[in-house]
Structures are given as structure tokens and as C-alpha cells.
Design a protein around this ligand. Structure first.
Ligand code: 8NA
Ligand code: MG
Ligand code: MG
Ligand code: MG
Length: 292
């Protein structure tokens, strides 16, 4: 098991990968936008804002306390960051003193949210638990429950965290994971669900190109966990040692690009480290409200 310094390094590298993917992905929605060249500053969105709260929880407390994290999400919430509609209502209610334990299960007619919002923010948590994928899955589900009570929303987060934990561990032991083994190791932690079915489809799509994978798995255009996570992890599996290629694949696929790129970027950077992210992309990303 890696020491604390290493855990935090992996976690912060993953946050860089997540936030650069988010910022560049969001930039893609600007009409006429291109990655070459980038403007001086690309703002990050809700994906990064919520990930920063999770990372601070790990930096300062070394574990997730659900009530404390709920308050941190709500305090940091800036409505212009592009949150999902359910998230806006929930975070405002928590800010006004509401209890997430009642609010999250009541959302969407009592089904709970199955949006991709719990998955989009969780890769750095998985990287923090590199070498202990079971713990990564459990803590990811605990971090998800605060806002996403639907099983698909929660499992999407578990899948991303396990992927980041596996990527971080591969970096620590100096072994490049094979795409098939990588996706299989994530599937091992999932119970029957749409997320799991689609992850199994992702395995069968390993030989194909980005457009076909996005068509078959979804590119996040429905903003749901099951329509976002399998494609983002297919991208991470097939481009685990090439951060720019992973982000460009998400941009090419369209859909919820800030979020597919945040997920794939957070996972891939757990493997490549910060050094895998182009310096120009790091300096174009709006600075993070956290010490580097
Ligand atoms: P959420 O909980 O509001 O879920 C997102 C959306 O998913 C909801 O607004 C619904 O449309 C749909 N949804 C969720 N659960 C259900 C359900 N049980 N039944 C039917 N529909 C459901 O928020 P979230 O935090 O999960 O959302 C994350 C997404 O919001 C990310 O893509 C994030 O980037 C942001 N977002 C950004 C854009 C954009 O234009 N960049 C667009 C939409 C959302
Ligand atoms: Mg450790
Ligand atoms: Mg966003
Ligand atoms: Mg998004």
C-alpha cells in the first residue's frame, strides 16, 4: 500500500486531469471553439467545483464524512457553474439547513438522481485509494449518496473510482494496464444494473473507433450515469497512457463533453501523473481554489 504522500499526489494529479478535461470540454461548447490554440483561460464547471470539495475532505480529514461533505458541496455551490437541475434544487435546500438524507432520496419523484454528477467528481477519490479498489468503491458510493440516491447514479460513481484506483495502482507498480483487464477489474465491483450491462458492452467494443463506441454506449447527452460512465471509461481504458488523446476522443464524440472529459481525464491522469497533461492545457485551465 502506498504511503500518504503518494496517495495525495495521485489524488491531486487526478484532480488536475479532471479539471483540465472539464474546462477544455466546457470550452468545446463555445461556438467556433477549438483546442488549438486555446484561449488564455477556460473556466471549469460543476464537475470540478464538486471534485474540489471531495479532494479537500481527503486532504484535511483523510476520509469522507458525509454530513461534512454535504455542507462543503452546498457552501461552495456557485449556480453559474452549470449544475444539473436536480443538483441546483438539492444544494440550495442543503444550504438552507435541509438534510441530504431526506432530500436526495426524495428527488425525481422519489427515485433519486441517476444523473452523472456523482461520477463526474469522484476520480480523485479513487486515485487516493489506489491499491484498495474495494475501499475506493465504498467511499465513492458514500460520496455519491449525498446527491444521488438512484442505484445507477451511485454505481456510476463506484465504477469511476475503481477505474481511478486501478489506474493509480498501475502507475505505482509501473505496469501499463491492458484495456480488457482494466475494464474487467471495474466490472468486478458492479452489481446488476444498466451501468454494468453497458460496461460489458464497452469490453466488446475495445477494437472499435470513438464514433462507434460513443454511438453504442452513449456520449452523455442524456446526462445520466449509465449513458456517460461506460463511454468515458472505454476512452480511459483505450488511452490510459495518452492524456491528450483521451481528451480529444471525448471532444470528438460530443455530448456531455465536460463530463466525459472530466471522468476520462481524472482516470488517465491517475496513471500518467500531472506530467502527462500538456503544460499549455494546465495553464489555460482556470486556476483551482486549492493549493497545487
Ligand atoms: P441532476 O441530479 O440534476 O441530474 C442531471 C439530470 O439527469 C437531471 O436534470 C435530469 O434531467 C436527469 N435525471 C436524473 N435523475 C433522473 C431520474 N431519476 N429520472 C429522470 N431523469 C433524471 O444533476 P447531476 O449533478 O447528476 O448532473 C451532472 C451534469 O450536470 C453534468 O453533465 C454537469 O456538467 C451538469 N450539466 C452540464 C450541462 C452543460 O451544458 N455543460 C448540461 C447539463 C448538465
Ligand atoms: Mg493508502
Ligand atoms: Mg459540468
Ligand atoms: Mg457535464
Amino acid at each position: 500500500m502506498a504511503g500518504d504522500m503518494t496517495d495525495l499526489t495521485l489524488c491531486l494529479d487526478s484532480l488536475d486531469g479532471l479539471s483540465v478535461g472539464d474546462a477544455l470540454g466546457a470550452h468545446h461548447f463555445v461556438p467556433g471553439a477549438s483546442l488549438d490554440p486555446l484561449p488564455d483561460q477556460c473556466p471549469w464547471t460543476d464537475d470540478t467545483e464538486m471534485a474540489v470539495s471531495i479532494v479537500e475532505e481527503l486532504l484535511h480529514h483523510r476520509e469522507i464524512d458525509q454530513d461534512r461533505l454535504a455542507v462543503a458541496f452546498a457552501r461552495r455551490f456557485e449556480p453559474y457553474r452549470g449544475y444539473g437541475g436536480g443538483a441546483v434544487v438539492l444544494l440550495r435546500a442543503i444550504r438552507e439547513g435541509g438534510d441530504w438524507r431526506e432530500l436526495a432520496p426524495a428527488a425525481f419523484g422519489g427515485k433519486g438522481s441517476m444523473g452523472n454528477g456523482a461520477a463526474m467528481r469522484v476520480a480523485p477519490l479513487g486515485a487516493y485509494y489506489a491499491g484498495d479498489s474495494k475501499r475506493a468503491a465504498l467511499e465513492a458510493m458514500r460520496s455519491a449518496e449525498i446527491t444521488h440516491a438512484h442505484p445507477e447514479g451511485i454505481l456510476g460513481a463506484a465504477a469511476v473510482a475503481v477505474a481511478a484506483a486501478e489506474a493509480g495502482w498501475s502507475r505505482l507498480v509501473g505496469h501499463r494496464p491492458e484495456p480488457f483487464t482494466f475494464l474487467e477489474s471495474v466490472i468486478d465491483y458492479l452489481v446488476d444494473s444498466q451501468v454494468k450491462d453497458s460496461m460489458e458492452r464497452a469490453l466488446r467494443l475495445l477494437g472499435t473507433d470513438v464514433a462507434e463506441a460513443a454511438y453504442e454506449l452513449g456520449n452523455g447527452s442524456r446526462v445520466l450515469a449509465q449513458d456517460t460512465v461506460p463511454f468515458a471509461l472505454w476512452v480511459a481504458a483505450t488511452r490510459i497512457d495518452d492524456y491528450p488523446a483521451a481528451i480529444r476522443a471525448c471532444v470528438a464524440a460530443g455530448g456531455d463533453v465536460d463530463t466525459t472529459a472530466a471522468i476520462a481525464g481524472g482516470v488517465v491522469a491517475a496513471y500518467t501523473g500531472r506530467a502527462g497533461i500538456p503544460a499549455a492545457w494546465l495553464s489555460s485551465r482556470e486556476p483551482l481554489p486549492i493549493a497545487p
